[in-house]
Ligand binder design. Structure first.
Ligand code: HEC
Length: 101
């Protein structure tokens, strides 16, 4: 009975956290895409020399990331950065940035 109560309390807590995150619009796609902000600007809107990536097609972004990852596209930093993502994560990131206007 005691364990059931503890389990119930923990389950409730995790449900609340997930719904808080969703309410704030923080999805897995947003979390993954934040890693690009340091160089490509918030939401991919680069203020400097590094190319802006917001609003580019999902196809362009996902293909670029896969080519960077596989060393098929010349890069200074993107090869190493892209190597950290699975195909599924690349798709989430590409869809996120293509939706930014
Ligand atoms: C450390 C800085 C840095 C980070 C972090 C970074 N990028 Fe890049 N990105 C670059 C640079 C610099 C280039 C130009 C290619 C090169 O030299 O690697 C580039 C190029 C690109 C391009 C090609 C743009 C074009 O118009 O040709 C895409 C797409 C891209 N990055 C997407 C991303 C995504 C998505 C992330 C996050 C998952 C990310 N980058 C994280 C620095 C960065």
């Amino acid at each position: 009975m005691k364990y059931l109560l503890i389990f119930t309390v923990f389950s409730f807590c995790s449900v609340v956290h997930v719904s808080d995150a969703l309410a704030a619009g923080i999805t897995r796609a947003v979390m993954l895409s934040n890693s690009c902000a340091a160089c490509h600007g918030t939401d991919g809107k680069s203020p400097g020399a590094i190319p802006a990536i917001h609003g580019k097609s999902s196809q362009f972004i996902s293909q670029s990331l896969r080519e960077f990852r596989e060393g098929k596209r010349p890069a200074t930093v993107m090869g190493r950065h892209a190597s950290g993502y699975t195909d599924e994560e690349i798709q989430l990131i590409a869809d996120y940035f293509s939706g930014q206007r």
